[in-house]
Write a protein that binds this ligand. Structure first.
Ligand SMILES: Nc1ncnc2c1ncn2[C@@H]1O[C@H](COP(=O)(O)OP(=O)(O)O)[C@@H](O)[C@H]1O
Ligand SMILES: [Mg+2]
Length: 352
């Protein structure tokens, strides 16, 4: 009876439990472990754990050491590369099974933490973005006020100048003040309140396609991969077009003369953005097959004024992120040479 219970408990655990022998061969996997490795125990029986994981030398060495010295081995946020190009992040605990000398095997527990990491990463992105926006807003106001005075004074001076040739200088002051004001206004973003209505996501995507197809070089192809079942979104259509356009234009610029941009839409159920769980979320991917974003720049591209192009303002993504944030959503990016994906996650349905 008791034995029966303990087996059911182990089988019902959400944590992956494995038992390994001295050679790290699998003697037991619970169903959670089968799910984690996407492998049935029937097939995995007697396989050695190192054969199921690519690399992970220090992890395997840690397990061997645990077998040798009998001390538990604990590792947090360990990345394991499994078969089929799958990477999982786990918290790991290994302990000798039956403390004989040497122990007859290892009890290995793996708790998948990707989910937790994803949420804390998103919360980080949102908090960071919030702070930069506040900083930019304050800075922009501080610049705008004296700029008005400067421009006014230059205009007065211009009228009083005895020699018209000197006006060239006041023109420069006024021209540059206007340029700066323009930049600051763009940094501040739209100053009207958003106008919300039921918006069709595909209409937005089609508008963006239309605009981009008209301006992009002929060697750039746009492919659509829409999920027609996505319900309408409660939002500001013009701003959402602006956000998406900023992202798609970057893809065009990254591609240069040739390449493919794919616009993909999907619905995600029970999806968490930041700390908030939504019943339905629209997931819009903008994929390009261009050179990608260098890894050391990927963390920074959403900051205002950070550009990877000599003639860029670095405002496009910052504005896009703001607009999507106003809609309760988030933009994420993953990039490697040949595949850059910007994902707009937008909660669907009216806020309560
Ligand atoms: N699809 C992409 N492929 C490669 N790099 C990109 C892509 N999208 C954005 N970037 C990089 O991010 C930077 C910031 O973009 P953005 O905020 O729109 O400013 P800007 O376009 O003015 O430079 C770009 O300069 C570019 O280096
Ligand atoms: Mg841009």
């Amino acid at each position: 009876m008791y034995k029966d219970y303990s087996r059911r408990v182990v089988e019902g655990l959400s944590i992956a439990v494995l038992v390994l022998d001295q050679q790290l061969r699998l003697l037991f996997m619970n169903p959670s472990a089968e799910t984690l490795f996407e492998l049935s125990f029937r097939k995995a029986h007697q396989l050695a754990l190192p054969d199921l994981i690519v690399g992970a030398k220090s992890f395997i060495a840690g397990l061997r050491q645990c077998l040798e010295n009998g001390h538990p081995y604990i590792e947090r946020e360990l990345q394991l590369n499994l078969a089929l190009d799958r990477t999982v992040t786990v918290d790991c605990t290994a302990a000798p099974l039956l403390e004989r000398d040497p122990p007859i095997g290892l009890l290995l527990e793996l708790r998948q933490v990707d989910w937790r990491l994803r949420i804390s990463r998103e919360e980080n992105i949102m908090a960071q973005h919030h702070t930069t926006r506040a900083l930019v807003r304050n800075l922009a106001h501080e610049i705008k006020n004296p700029l008005g005075g400067l421009r006014g004074a230059a205009q007065l001076l211009e009228r009083e100048l005895p020699d018209p040739a000197l006006r060239e200088y006041t023109r420069i002051i006024i021209g540059e003040a206007d340029r700066l004001r323009n930049l600051v206004d763009r940094m501040l973003g739209p100053n009207q309140l958003p106008i919300h209505s039921d918006v069709s996501i595909h209409e937005i995507m089609e508008r963006v396609c239309g605009l981009v197809e008209a301006e992009a070089p002929p060697g750039i192809r746009i492919e659509r991969d829409y999920d027609p079942s996505i319900p309408p979104l409660w939002g500001d259509a013009d701003r959402l077009i602006q956000a998406m356009l900023n992202v798609v234009r970057n893809a065009v610029q990254a591609l240069g003369q040739w390449g493919v941009i794919t616009l993909r839409s999907r619905v995600q159920r029970q999806y968490t953005i930041g700390a908030k769980r939504h019943k339905l979320v629209a997931r819009l991917d903008i994929v390009d097959d261009g050179p990608g974003i260098p890894p050391d720049q990927q963390e920074q591209i959403f900051y205002p004024m950070i550009s990877g192009r000599p003639d860029g303002t670095g405002l496009g993504l910052s504005i896009a992120q703001s607009i999507v944030n106003q809609h309760g959503g988030l933009i994420e990016c993953t990039s490697r040479p040949g595949e850059t994906v910007f994902t707009l996650l937008l909660p669907l349905g009216k806020p309560a």
